[in-house]
Design a protein around this ligand. Structure first.
Ligand SMILES: [Fe+2]
Ligand SMILES: [Fe+2]
Length: 318
């Protein structure tokens, strides 16, 4: 992309991200046992015998400020267990924001259970909220959104609330401008548990540079950041990073490949890294050991570790 192409994506003044919940599940050994059951890692998540009381989920509130001073809010993902997500929404005021129409849309990074299956916690406050999904969403996922197919782990026996708003699909492999300086990009790839495609966000912040924001980053942090340099950023390094990086989501330790990926992040020159969720604590520890500018958290509200930006913690890119 030329500099003019990149500049045509616009610019924003700041982005503030509140982690509502970064905890995908409560117990990793039980999660791994459930993945192994019902056909292994490539078998569909919709047909597996998940343990409902192990579910939590990933969801974040994003607030963007534009150069004209206007502010806009949207949600990135909606977690897994609707009771847990509803509680986190209440504890952070997101329930009221949804009910008052302050949240403009829900950006679903990908179809994985820990990012999608908590949708009922959103719909109970705002059933017509516009949803933005990546290409490759399965018919099962779309039926789930329509309320025709409850999440397999749902414990509430009342009929699911039906989504009545628009469902927008981001076109693949091209920057789609959501607000000036806020861009969605969908990466087409097969992902663990029989799903396809993940979309990420990029913010071009006035006088600061580009921030990459991700749900799980199944495309790898290398692909995410390389795409920013080639298609989004006019600088040779990147400003910030937020979200799950899927480096060591299950591991108590790092493989050589995972270590290489973390070491390679150096070349992007991030000045603020607020990684959480499936990044994994060992990966965060390695980033800190390498001197990367990791934003710590408070370790409250059930977060995995105070080393990562956790539940209720906020990062500002301005
Ligand atoms: Fe995840
Ligand atoms: Fe995922």
């Amino acid at each position: 992309m030329t500099r003019e192409d990149k500049d045509s994506l616009g610019i924003c003044r700041s982005v503030t991200i509140t982690c509502i919940s970064e905890v995908g599940w409560h117990d990793t050994d039980r999660m791994l046992a459930d993945i192994k059951g019902g056909g292994g890692p490539d078998a569909s998540q919709w047909d597996k015998p998940w343990q409902a009381n192990n579910a939590a989920g990933s969801t974040s509130l994003i607030e963007i400020e534009l150069p004209d001073g206007s502010r806009h809010k949207f949600l990135l993902d909606c977690g897994w267990d609707e009771v847990y997500i509803q509680r986190r929404f209440e504890e952070t005021g997101v329930d009221g924001m949804l009910a008052r129409g302050e949240i403009e849309f829900l950006f679903l990074s990908h179809e994985h259970l820990d990012h999608l299956w908590g949708l009922q916690a959103v719909l109970r406050h705002c059933p017509d909220l516009p949803l933005r999904v990546p290409p490759g969403f399965s018919e099962k996922a779309l039926a789930f959104i329509r309320g025709e197919r409850p999440a397999p782990t749902r414990t509430d026996t009342t009929p699911p609330i039906r989504h009545t708003g628009p469902v927008l699909t981001t076109p693949p492999d091209t920057p789609t401008v959501l607000y000036p300086g806020c861009v969605a990009v969908a990466f087409d790839l097969p992902i663990l548990l029989g799903i396809r495609g993940e979309q990420s966000l990029y913010f071009r912040i006035q006088d600061k540079g580009t921030v990459c924001v991700t749900g799980c980053c199944h495309q790898t942090v290398t692909s995410l950041a390389d795409y920013a340099l080639t298609h989004i950023a006019t600088e040779s390094t990147l400003y910030g990073l937020y979200g799950g990086l899927h480096i060591a989501p299950f591991g108590p330790s790092l493989s050589e490949e995972q270590e290489r990926m973390i070491a390679d992040m150096q070349r992007f020159g991030f000045r603020k890294i607020a990684a959480n969720h499936c990044t994994g604590v060992p990966a965060i520890e390695r980033m800190i050991a390498l001197g990367y500018p990791v934003v710590p958290g408070s370790g409250r509200h059930g977060s995995s570790s105070p080393l990562m930006l956790g539940n209720g913690d906020r990062v500002v890119f301005d």
